[in-house]
Write a protein that binds this ligand. Structure first.
Ligand code: APR
Ligand code: PHB
Length: 390
């Protein structure tokens, strides 16, 4: 089989890129390791920046997002018993974010690929990249016992943090930066009305908490827990009791609880791989970088990778201009590191670190006081949260 662009990974990054390229007449195939049901059973974050939403619309996948997603013009930070507000709209020059579950977004992308007859292979086993440094790269995989070879001009590695693409870059070329945080987030999804119309991030002496949502009937809550905890250690009642303790009283009083329909612990990690390009292989999304979820940057940091790659590939095929492809890694990483900085900053601001010094506590407190006493500080937060331009 021969395609122009072979995309490894059928998560949001790979699907969105393949849809955008298809609409511009560029032929792609998406190779996904798991079944569609499996991909769509993953619960992921649910805050989209306006730049990502714009790309979804350009990909003709934004209809349900615009109909069912909720525009949020701000969020709260609870600390020291008070509930402060961050007016995103005011401080970011009129921008906002859309609350729309990533699982639903991925479903929309799959349906759009189906409508256009896009090639998406599920249960592609043993995906292997070959000759990516040459002018004739190819990718092999196994499907139903048969070995398939995909010849292509370019390979895009959009196969997430645990994928194979990044590993195809030789160790002496690849540089990895990583920071693991000494705690995780225990998340619960419940069919209950969210406690607040806007998200509430909570800094509390017992640890961080977050009140989020997927819709007006589906809530998503998180609490910071030690990495040694397991979801089964947390009965629903214990989770709700701990969440209540961390919320300001007036919020705790309004919390509606119910059975959890999903409960999992996510570790917090910051990670960047450089370069994001090796020969004719281009990494995008989680394959190249991970952020802790605190600033809701995960999928949003993939947005600029997809955008730069999409435009670079169009320039290559339509104008024979390779400058976008050649400059991809540098350009993508410049924005990625800014998303890293912001997620790290928000993580440091809101969590309780087990090994902190009294000095760290004072600095954290000062950071919070400064934030809500300075419009300039609020502007910095808002401009990053709605997504830096790309
Ligand atoms: N071969 C083929 N596909 C693979 C392989 C492999 N060896 N390894 C992993 N995959 C698939 C995964 O099953 C997954 O569906 O690649 C896909 C990668 O998708 P994501 O992990 O969702 O990454 P990405 O599309 O870049 O989306 C980034 O997801 O994890 C969140 O916070 C992150 O919101 C961000 C978004
Ligand atoms: C979520 O709804 O899952 C969510 C929202 C905001 C975050 C992280 C996760 O910062």
């Amino acid at each position: 089989m021969k395609v122009q662009v072979c995309i490894v990974g059928g998560g949001p990054s790979g699907l969105l890129l393949s849809q955008l390229l298809h609409l511009r007449g560029i032929d792609t195939i998406v190779l996904e390791k798991y079944s569609r049901e499996h991909v769509l059973s993953r619960i992921r974050a649910g805050v989209l920046e306006h730049g990502f939403a714009r790309l979804m619309r350009e990909a003709q996948c934004g209809e349900r997002m615009d109909r069912e997603g909720e525009i949020h013009n701000g969020f709260h930070i609870a600390h020291d018993g008070v509930l402060d507000h961050v007016d995103l709209h005011k401080y970011s020059g009129g921008n906002s974010v859309i609350v729309y579950g990533q699982t639903e977004l991925t479903r929309d992308l799959y349906e759009a690929r189906d409508r256009l007859g896009g090639k998406v292979v599920h249960n592609a086993e043993d995906v292997t990249l070959h000759e990516v440094k040459s002018d004739a790269p190819f990718v092999t995989y196994r499907s139903g016992g048969e070995r398939v070879r995909v010849l292509c001009d370019f390979v895009v590695g959009a196969d997430g943090f645990h994928g194979v693409s990044r590993q195809s870059i030789p160790k002496d070329v690849l540089r990895e930066y990583e920071k693991i945080y000494p705690f995780g987030w225990l998340g619960v999804l419940s069919r209950t009305r969210p406690v607040s119309p806007e998200l509430i991030y909570v800094k509390h002496e017992r640890g961080f908490a977050l009140c989020s949502m997927r819709s007006q009937v589906l809530s998503r809550y998180y609490i910071q827990v030690p990495l040694t905890d397991k979801p089964k250690d947390w009965a629903d009642d214990a989770f709700w009791a701990e969440l209540r303790r961390r919320l300001p009283q007036e919020v705790a009083a309004k919390l509606i609880t119910g059975p959890s329909i999903e409960k999992s612990i996510a570790p917090l990690r910051s990670f960047v791989a450089e370069p994001m390009q090796y020969g004719r292989l281009f990494l995008a999304g989680d394959a190249a970088h991970i952020v802790p979820p605190t600033g809701a940057r995960g999928l949003n940091s993939a947005a600029s990778d997809i955008y730069y790659l999409y435009h670079a590939l169009i320039a290559h095929y339509q104008k024979g201009d390779d400058s976008g492809l050649e400059g991809y890694s540098k350009k993508a990483l410049a924005r990625i590191w800014k998303a890293q900085r912001f997620s790290w900053w928000m993580t440091m601001l809101l969590h309780r670190f087990p090994d902190r010094l009294p000095y760290d506590d004072e600095l954290q407190q000062t950071e919070m006081n400064y934030l809500f006493s300075s419009e300039t500080a609020l502007r910095l937060l808002a401009e990053n949260y709605v997504g830096l331009p790309f």
